[in-house]
Ligand binder design. Structure first.
Ligand SMILES: *Cc1c(COP(=O)(O)O)cnc(C)c1O
Length: 371
């Protein structure tokens, strides 16, 4: 064997020892929160398609029509020939939805954070990031070369302490957090964070990947990024901010400049989904209502979002519980380190408007029996 394959095999063996190896499973997601795997139909509680819009007939039709009229790919970077009009219409609608002057659509949420952060801060600057922030926030922070300080999850006094101790030594400061935390489902104390940010002339970026369309309450940060691939059922990322910030990103965010524009069909699908989010507000209440039904049945703290973590601890135990649920017809994927801190492996249950009350109750019953 070559040293390359030796290396890969040794690393895989190490992952196996800790039950941390990841494997792909062929999955066919259908309408109504179903997912087919290994020839079986499962009720999926692992999709971020919170309103079921990825299978909505109007969203599908918008994508089909856009692909038929404009082709399947954007053809080039948006700064070359990839800036289709539907992207601009989508940006105007996202900005209006968030109440900002402007918006910019990126290739994905991950790419957005990878580009936004280094376009705003550099080696002389300071980044304060919630310890449970998403991997792509950390990736953007690392690429920036700034001093990166983690503050304890949702701990505003720790954030204030770190800012008081370090802010004066840096030119600019940027706080990175999430509206709804992706693996815990709790919400950031944004009012308090924005107050502290104001006191120290720090900027705040909120990752709203799991909030848009399902948890909209609360204040807005000057930098609101998110994804088109969760509630909006499509693919892509965005930043909503002032005109000046968006114009700067258009020139400076490398993950915007040096990558191909989003396909028109993805933008058209997101636009149709945003129409539905805005026209049918009652749809948005359902995932949180079902999440609260589940936490009540399980005796857990009241859900703050459609995401409910079922804490297990060890990675191997999380895999075992996930497999036992799959045997009963439920798809609830185990979340293991390094996605979450060591010793906090869990099942992450994501509720959708497409679930029925009976499906949620059946899942609760199965979890109670198996734990
Ligand atoms: C999913 C997610 C992203 C990445 O978005 P993609 O469009 O899937 O790349 C970013 N931040 C958070 C918090 C997420 O959960």
């Amino acid at each position: 064997m070559s040293s390359l394959d030796d290396f890969a095999s040794a690393e895989l063996a190490r992952l196996d020892t800790g039950a941390l190896r990841r494997r792909l499973a062929t999955t066919d997601r259908g309408e109504g929160a179903f997912a087919d795997r290994n020839g079986r139909r499962l009720v999926s509680f692992s999709c971020n398609d919170y309103l079921g819009l990825s299978h909505h007939p109007r969203v599908i039709a918008a994508a089909q029509e856009a692909a038929a009229r404009h082709g399947t790919g954007a053809g080039a970077s948006r700064l070359v020939t990839g800036n289709h009009q539907v992207l601009e219409v989508l940006e105007a609608r996202l900005a209006a939805h968030k109440g900002t002057e402007a918006a910019l659509v990126f290739g994905s949420g991950y790419l957005a954070n990878l580009g936004i952060v280094p376009a705003l801060v550099g080696p002389r600057d300071l980044i304060l990031i919630d310890a449970l922030g998403h991997s792509c926030l950390f990736a953007g922070a690392r690429v920036s070369g700034s001093e990166v300080v983690r503050f304890r999850h949702n701990d505003v006094s720790h954030l204030a302490e770190e800012l008081s101790a370090r802010r004066a030594k840096h030119k600019r400061a940027l706080i990175l957090t999430e509206r709804v935390f992706s693996m815990d489902g709790d919400r950031a104390p944004l009012d308090a964070i924005l107050d502290i940010a104001g006191l120290h002339d720090a900027w705040t970026l909120v990752d709203d990947a799991h909030g848009l369309g399902v948890v909209e309450a609360g204040c807005r940060a000057p930098l609101e990024m998110g994804t088109l691939s969760k509630t909006l059922g499509s693919y892509g990322g965005y930043l909503c901010a002032s005109r000046a910030v968006i114009d700067l990103m258009t020139s400076r965010a490398r993950s915007f400049v040096y990558t191909t524009g989003l396909p028109p069909a993805s933008a058209a699908a997101a636009l149709a989904a945003l129409d539905i989010v805005e026209a049918e507000p009652e749809r948005a209440d359902r995932p949180l209502m079902l999440a609260r039904r589940l936490t009540e049945r399980l005796g857990l703290p009241k859900a703050e979002s459609p995401i409910v973590p079922i804490h297990v601890g060890e990675a191997s135990a999380a895999l075992a519980l996930s497999a036992a649920l799959e045997a009963r017809g439920f798809l609830v994927v185990a979340i293991r380190p390094p996605t979450v801190p060591a010793g906090t492996a869990r099942l992450r249950v994501a509720l959708s408007a497409a679930h029925s009350e009976a499906q949620v109750d059946a899942l609760a019953e199965a979890i109670v029996e198996l734990r």
